[in-house]
Each structure stands twice: as structure tokens, then as C-alpha cells.
Design a protein around this ligand. Structure first.
Ligand code: DMJ
Length: 568
């Protein structure tokens, strides 16, 4: 097979190349040459400064302003330059017939109506803000978006609107993005969240609609995230200031560490960015992370959640398939799927990781429920998070192609996790799942601590129902999904949108007054797909990022990046 540029850039990968080159300059002549250059530059700068001092303050101010305008104009020109054309991947299943079964059609219509309710209230009360406070009826934001107002809900919701056929709403969103979405803001944002919600959302909207504006905005934004990778190891900071490019980590993270589920959840979007721009910079960044992880020792074969970007050492030995770890495993599997199963290195890393997880973290309760616990310094905590429930879908998705042909085993494991997570919903008053639930001291699949009893419109359980439905067509998954949809409509719907609830065991729970952007991106999308035909976004052609944004499989063996003029 002909070697593609994609493969070529893989083999020539070396994140430390520059350092090696610099060290070769250490000859005497080179040093002398550099010294002379520094001296000359210095003298020139002094001359210029003297000249400047002869001018009045106003003249200097005017000059600075002219210079600033020039730079701003150049940046604008560069940003809106059209990107090189690339072969469009095979986009199958963007549209699909309505389900023939009347009952299923009506259920799907109900989900669409819920989406309209969420969107219209956001548009009326929170437009342009990141999220909505549906009770206070005003905009909302959290620290993951810094102090920015980047319309997170608009970007996150676009592809859901598109597949639901809500084209007027989609165009409103597109118009806002075109005119208002600006990333030159002095705001410190989460690299991971911006990647999965904004870059993922924009890329999916681009592939579905073909509108160039989404691709351009995704690339502009990606450029703003790149400074986060300027660390001694190339493991990115958790946060970056979009204007200054200064990065840092969360204060709460163990020993100044970056988080596995954050730096390990960039691969899908970054490979697409390289594909679309012809610029390998994004691809090289994520491959560097992968190579570094491959070289590291893993306690018991498990990946700890914390890694220090300065030293390249693990922080605390905590391993989780829920928060802090989750989507790292998901992206290993999806990197393989997204590459049309060519990226076997990713598949191997996934298989190794999952085997260790099964050995150390997955157990059966006395009542026969399979659960995934958390590994904390050599001890298994018998607690599972709502976030961990996505793993049922992941196991099912990874069944085909599993090592030693254990497809049946992994599909069964997916079904068991789906069942456990359904129990966590069914054992509550509201029939909505708590944030975390225990398997300890006679208690099974129920939350114990008050601060773990909330439900914030999360998607993971419904996500797993949808994957299980696609792979088994067992009607119970549609039934469970419908139960969850009804419970959300009954207990989370308010006249100003949808809100999370603080206690799923209380019959009159308090609202948290937040309509999360992932409710529109994920929860409602997975529900809609659960009541759609399988030929809408078929899993052989699309891979969903961790925020449920569908990205097409890149059949690199056929289309090849070398088809892209920028790669030749
Ligand atoms: C989403 O933003 C993503 O699914 C992420 O991977 C973790 N969970 C939230 C929603 O619960």
C-alpha cells in the first residue's frame, strides 16, 4: 500500500526535535555569530528608542495605534483566508426517513418538542451567554468558560438542531456564530471543554451542513488552544487564556497535575483539524501525548488520573472510568474507529487498558449488579458515578474487533452496565439517576451522601441505552430511554427551559436553575437517535465525540491526506 502523508507524519514524529537541533548549534563559531547578532539587534533597538524619545507623547501614541491596527488587520486577513480544499469524507446518513411505527414517531416528536422548548427559552433569555438559568430567566456561565460569553449552548446545540430538521433554528445559530463568535477574548477557559463542546460542535456542524464558517471558526479557536501545549513535557495545561496564551492547571488537581480525561480527550478533534487544514501541528500534538503515555509505567496496568506536565510523573494513583478518567478510554477506542480501524496502536492501548480495568475495577454486587468502582491508592472504592455509565455504550461499541474475539463478552458487559445504571434510576423517587451511587453495606445502586443525590440533565445513561439499542435492538432500551425522557419532562421542565434537580429521592426537589449546554448537545440528541432509524448517522460512518458531536470516519486508506494539496 502506498504510504499516505498521514502515515509519513506518524513515522517522522519527534516532539523533541527542536531541542536536539538547538544543542547541535553549540559550536564556537555559532556562539560567536549569535553574540554578534544579539549585539547588533541591541544597538539597533537603542537607536530606535533614541529616535522615539525625540517625538512627542501624542506622536508616539499615534504610532503605536497605527501599528496595532496594522497587526489586527493582518490577523483578520489571515483568519478569514479560505482553507485548502480536502476530499470530503463519505457523508452517509445525514438524513433519514421518519420511523414507520406511529408510537415511535410520536415519541421522537416529543423529544423534538423538548429540544424546541430548551432552545427557544435559551434564545429568549440567555442568547449569546454560555448557558441558561431557566428559573431566573437569564444567562449563566461556569468557570470552564472563564468570563467569556461564547454562546456555548448555540455551538453545542447546532448538530442536534440539524438532525432534528430544525433548520430555522440552525440558521439563527449559524448567523450568531458568523457575526459574534470571537475568540480574541481575555478569558481563561478549559482546554478540554472548549475542545469537546466548541471545536467538536463546530466540526460536526461543518460536516453536516457544509457551511465553511464552522470550519473557519473551529480552526481559529484551535489556534488559540495551541499555547496550552507549551509545557516542559508537551502535556497541555488544563486551562489557557485565549488572549495571552498563558496556561495553568486547576488548583484542586493533585500535585499541579493535568487530568487524564482532559489531555487525553483531544485526539478526535485534533486529527480532524489536521485533516481539514493540511497542517500536521494538531496531529503532532496529540500523537506526542500518546507516545509519552505509552512510555510510562502504569501501576497494575492502570492509568492514574493525574499527570504532572512539568515533570512527566504521575500524581496520586487514582484510576477512574468516571470523572477525571472516562473519555481518555473512550478516545482510544474512537481513534481506532475514526481511522477506519487503521490506527491499531490506539486499539491496542484501549484493549490493554480495558483488560486492567476489568481485572481491578469491575465487580459484581451481592445483588448481582455489575459495577465499575474507583481505584484509590491500592484500594477499590465501591462507588460508581453517573459519568461512569457511559462505559456500557463504550464496551458495546468496542466489542467488534476486541482481542481474542471476545465480542460477546463485551456486549454482555455493556448490557450489565446498562442494567445497573437503569437500576440507579429506578431506585429513586423521580426515576432519574443520582450523580454517584454505592455498592456498600447492604446498599446497592443508591446515593448515600446528600451531595451525590443531584441530577444535572446528564446524558451518560441514555447514551448507553442508545448504543445498546443500536447493537441489540432489544426493545427494553427504548423503554428505559422513554422512562428517562418522561421523568425529565415531568421533573426538570419549567416554563423557562429545563433545570437540574438537587435530590432525586425527594418528591418535591429543589431546582439547581441551570440548563446545561450538554443537555441539548447530548441528552436530547441520544434520545432522538434512540427513536430514529439506524440509518440516521450510522456507526460505521460516524464516530461521536465525547460531547455527542458526530465526526465522519476518515477512510484515510482510500481518500488519503495526500489528496489534500496542502500535504503535497
Ligand atoms: C459532557 O460534557 C461530556 O460527555 C464529558 O465527556 C463528560 N460529561 C459531560 C456531561 O455529563
Amino acid at each position: 500500500m502506498e504510504e499516505t502523508s498521514f502515515q509519513a507524519s506518524q513515522s517522522s514524529f519527534s516532539g523533541l526535535g527542536k531541542v536536539t537541533r538547538v544543542s547541535k548549534l553549540n559550536t564556537r563559531e555559532e556562539e560567536e555569530r549569535l553574540r554578534n547578532k544579539i549585539r547588533a539587534d541591541h544597538e539597533k533597538a537603542l537607536e530606535e528608542a533614541k529616535e522615539k524619545l525625540k517625538k512627542s507623547r501624542d506622536e508616539i501614541r499615534a504610532e503605536i495605534q497605527t501599528e496595532k491596527n496594522k497587526v489586527a488587520q493582518e490577523m483578520k486577513k489571515k483568519e478569514s483566508k479560505p482553507l485548502p480544499p480536502v476530499p470530503v469524507p463519505n457523508l452517509i446518513g445525514i438524513n433519514s426517513e421518519d420511523p414507520t411505527d406511529k408510537d415511535i414517531r410520536e415519541k421522537r416528536d416529543k423529544i423534538k418538542e423538548m429540544m424546541k422548548h430548551a432552545w427557544e427559552n435559551y434564545r429568549q433569555y440567555g442568547w449569546g451567554h454560555n448557558e441558561l438559568k431557566p428559573i431566573a430567566r437569564k444567562g449563566h456561565s461556569t468557570n470552564i468558560f472563564g468570563n467569556s460569553q461564547m454562546g456555548a449552548t448555540i455551538v453545542d446545540a447546532l448538530d442536534t438542531l440539524y438532525i432534528m430538521g430544525l433548520h430555522d433554528e440552525f440558521r439563527e445559530g449559524q448567523d450568531w456564530i458568523d457575526k459574534n463568535l470571537d475568540f480574541s477574548v481575555n478569558s481563561e477557559v478549559s482546554v478540554f471543554e472548549v475542545n469537546i463542546r466548541f471545536i467538536g460542535g463546530l466540526l460536526a456542524a461543518y460536516y453536516l451542513s457544509g457551511q465553511e464558517v464552522f470550519k473557519l471558526k473551529a480552526v481559529q479557536l484551535a489556534g488559540k488552544l495551541l499555547p496550552a501545549f507549551n509545557t516542559p513535557t508537551g502535556i497541555p495545561w488544563a486551562m489557557v487564556n485565549l488572549k495571552s496564551g498563558v496556561g495553568r492547571n486547576w488548583g484542586w488537581a493533585s500535585a499541579g497535575s493535568s487530568i487524564l480525561a482532559e489531555f487525553g480527550t483531544l485526539h478526535m478533534e485534533f486529527v480532524h483539524l489536521s485533516y481539514l487544514t493540511g497542517d500536521p501541528v494538531y496531529y503532532n500534538k496529540v500523537m506526542h501525548i500518546r507516545k509519552l503515555l505509552q512510555k510510562m509505567d502504569r501501576p497494575n496496568g492502570l492509568y492514574p488520573n493525574y499527570l504532572n506536565p512539568r515533570t512527566g510523573r504521575w500524581g496520586q494513583h487514582h484510576t477512574s472510568v468516571g470523572g477525571l478518567g472516562d473519555s481518555f478510554y473512550e478516545y482510544l477506542l474512537k481513534a481506532w474507529l475514526m481511522s477506519d480501524k487503521m490506527d491499531t496502536e490506539a486499539r491496542k492501548m484501549y484493549d490493554d487498558a480495558i483488560e486492567a480495568i476489568e481485572r481491578h475495577l469491575i465487580r459484581k454486587s451481592n445483588g448481582g449488579l455489575t459495577y465499575i468502582g474507583e481505584w484509590k491508592n491500592g484500594h477499590l472504592e465501591r462507588k460508581m458515578g453517573h459519568l461512569t455509565c457511559f462505559a456500557g455504550g463504550m464496551f458495546a461499541l468496542g466489542a467488534d474487533g476486541s482481542r481474542d474475539d471476545k465480542a460477546g463478552h463485551y456486549l454482555q458487559l455493556g448490557a450489565e452496565i446498562a442494567h445497573t445504571c437503569h437500576e440507579s434510576y429506578d431506585r429513586t423517587t423521580l426515576k432519574l439517576g443520582p450523580e454517584a451511587f454505592k455498592f456498600d453495606g447492604g446498599l446497592e445502586a443508591v446515593a448515600v451522601r446528600q451531595n451525590e443525590k443531584y441530577y444535572i440533565l446528564r446524558p451518560e445513561v441514555i447514551e448507553t441505552y442508545w448504543y445498546m439499542w443500536r447493537f441489540t435492538h432489544d426493545p427494553k432500551y427504548r423503554q428505559w430511554g422513554w422512562e428517562a425522557a418522561q421523568a425529565i419532562d415531568k421533573y426538570c421542565r419549567v416554563s423557562g427551559g429545563f433545570s437540574g434537580v438537587k435530590d432525586v429521592y425527594s418528591s418535591s426537589p429543589a431546582y439547581d436553575d441551570v440548563q446545561q449546554s450538554f443537555f441539548l448537545a447530548e441528552t436530547l440528541k441520544y434520545l432522538y437517535l434512540l427513536f430514529s432509524n439506524d440509518d440516521l448517522l450510522p456507526l460505521d460512518n460516524w464516530v461521536f465525540n465525547t460531547e455527542a458531536h458526530p465526526l465522519p470516519v476518515l477512510h484515510l486508506a482510500n481518500t488519503t491526506l495526500s489528496g489534500n494539496p496542502a500535504y503535497r
